[in-house]
Design a protein around this ligand. Structure first.
Ligand code: ATR
Length: 282
């Protein structure tokens, strides 16, 4: 739509930023709600993130999302960080307040759990253990969120055991570390399985994990969304388990920034899912 002089402006900072689906996501919501605003890609070099964030209030922008490589380094350039973002140790949403101060949030955990609850309404956090594959940045946001939701035990397994052990030390004894070579064992009695590794992503090695040990009511969530239907999700469906794709996490995480910048809590509809899915190579 045509912008007026009062248009609200937000965007995404990354390097590179051309792969980001956030402009398409926020553009969809802006059109849907007829908002006088825009959301633009902002290519920001790693060393320039401090300058770029400081420029937001100067230029009158409403805020930005952050993607690789800025999510951790941005922490030292904002005035306030919410508790969950601090525990995750990374920011993905910056809000410019009226007084020019910057607030940092992390909506990845919100996106993860909203997507999980939408895709598997029967899943109950307190029912039993969850198994999580991977110990990188994505795993951190998911661990913090599952702990906050009340999951009693999180079985964490990672190729590099030391990374999983470090997370268990940091987040406490609800996190148990399982051997990557025997990762299948972590599935017995787990009501949720989440893949946070890059295995199964287009161009990466496949994830080798038989699902036979999962109980019949288990939910399988792959945060990989390219391809949308990973072998892990296909295997879950073949066993009759609930399968939740990773694209929904991206879509739901965007709601936090959109609401703060444009004043509307947007919906993740099947039409939005289909529109963004259409941008993912098969
Ligand atoms: P992100 O921030 O997206 O989570 P990351 O920090 O690079 O990215 O983490 C990638 C995850 O995928 C890690 O858990 C990584 O395992 P390591 O900690 O051992 O590197 C996992 N991963 C990537 N390639 C893998 C492979 N070929 N086999 C097993 N795990 C792999």
């Amino acid at each position: 739509m045509t912008l007026t002089g009062k248009a609200r402006v937000a965007g995404v900072m990354g390097w590179p930023v051309g792969h980001s689906r956030s402009p398409a996501l926020h553009g969809h919501w802006l059109r849907e709600h007829g908002i006088d605003g825009t959301y633009i890609p902002l290519p920001v070099r790693p060393e320039a993130i401090g300058q770029a964030l400081a420029a937001l209030p100067v230029l009158g922008l409403a805020g930005v999302n952050l993607t690789i490589p800025h999510k951790e380094s941005a922490l030292k350039h904002v005035h306030r960080v919410d508790d969950q973002a601090r525990r995750i140790g990374a920011l993905n949403t910056i809000i410019v307040h009226a007084d020019g101060t910057l607030e940092g949030r992390n909506s990845d955990g919100f996106g993860f759990i909203e997507n999980l609850r939408a895709g598997a309404p029967g899943w109950q956090a307190k029912k039993g253990p969850a198994a999580v594959l991977g110990a990188g940045g994505a795993a951190r946001s998911i661990l913090v969120t599952l702990l906050d939701a009340g999951v009693p035990e999180i079985r964490l397994t990672n190729r590099t055991a030391e990374r999983a052990e470090a997370l268990a030390r940091e987040f406490g004894k609800a996190i148990t570390v399982w051997d990557w070579a025997n990762r299948e064992d972590a599935l017995a009695g787990s009501h949720l399985l989440v893949n946070t590794t890059s295995l199964g992503m287009a161009g990466q090695a496949p994830l080798d994990l038989p699902l036979a040990k999962l109980p019949g009511d288990a939910v399988v969530n792959d945060i990989v969304y390219a391809p949308l239907e990973t072998k892990l999700l296909a295997g879950a469906r073949a066993r009759g388990l609930s399968a939740v794709d990773g694209l929904g996490m991206l879509l739901h995480q965007g709601r936090v920034g959109f609401r703060a910048w444009f004043g509307v809590d947007p919906q993740v509809t099947p039409a939005l899912h289909a529109a963004i899915a259409a941008t993912i190579p098969k």
